[in-house]
Design a protein around this ligand. Sequence first.
Ligand code: PBG
Length: 307
Amino acid sequence: MSDTTIEPRQLILPMFVREDAREPIAISSMPGVYQHTRDTARKAVAEAVQLGLGGVMLYGVPSSKDEVGSGSLDPNGILNVAIRDAVSEAGDDLLVMSDLCLDEFTTHGHCGVLDSAGRVDNDATLAIYAEMGVAQAAAGAHVVGPSGMMDGQVGVVRSALDAAGYVDTVILAYAVKYASAFYGPFREAVGSSLQGDRKTYQQDPGNDARDALREVDLDIAEGADIVMVKPALAYLDIIRQVRDHVKVPVAAYNISGEYAMVEAAAANGWIDRERSILETLNSIRRAGADTILTYWASEAAELLSRR
Ligand code: PBG
C-alpha cells in the first residue's frame, strides 16, 4: 500500500568522463564512482539503457584549463566528445543530458569568467553559456543543464538554441541551488581548482522557500522545461514547495556529499547500505521530485528489480 514509488525511469545517472584517463580513476571521497575513460563511459551508458534509467548527466574533466574555460566550446573538448559518444550508444532509448557550466574548464574553478577585480562577471559569462549550449546541442545532447546560477542563464541559452535551430533541445534548469558544503566530493570528482566558495551566485541555505520559488519562476519564464532543486536531502521542504508551486517536472539532485555520507557510514557497518540507499531515494520522491539525479541510479535500478 506504499504511496511512493521509485522506478528506474525516474533516475538519472551523473557521470564523469576524463580526457586523459587510460583506465577508470576511482574518486576516493565517492567510493564506487569513477572518472570514466571514453570507453568505460560508453559501457556505463549502455548499462543505463539496459536498466531502463531515464537518463545520464555528463560532466567533462578536461586535461587542460584556461581563464575563460574555452574547452567547453571546443567540439573536440572532452564534454562535447562524451556527449557524442553517449548519444551514439544510447540512441533514443535514454536522455543524454550535459552539464552547462564553466567550473570544470576554468583555471580558477568558478562557474563563470572573472572581471578585472576577480569577481564572477555574470553577463560576460552568459555569452559563453549561450555558445556552450549550442555546442552541446550540436554534439547531440537531448537536454542541457545550466548549473552555474548566473542570472538570466536559461533565457540566453533558450534564445541561442532556438536561433541555431535546436528548438527541441530541452533545458533542465538548476533553478534552486544552495551554496552547500555537501558538494565537497564533487570537487574531487571533477578535479576542481576552486579556492573559496560560490556564495556570490549560489543561494543562502538559510533563506526560506520565497527565494527558491522566485528563482523557479524566473527560470520558467525564461524557458526552463524542467526545474531542479539541489542539494536534495537538506532541502526536502524546498522540493515539496517547488513541486506544489510549478506545473513543469521537478528534478532533485542527490548530490556527492549525500552519497558519501551513506557510503561512509555503511562502510563502517553503522547502517544497512542497500536499505539506506532506497530509503534516501524514497524520501526525495516523497518530497515531490519527479526525477532524481543520483550516483546510485544504476545500482538502485538493480535493487528495485530484485524486490
Ligand atoms: C557545477 C556543479 C556542481 C555540482 C553539479 N554541478 C558543483 C558546484 O556547484 O559547486 C555538484 C554535484 C554534486 O555535488 O554531486 N557545475
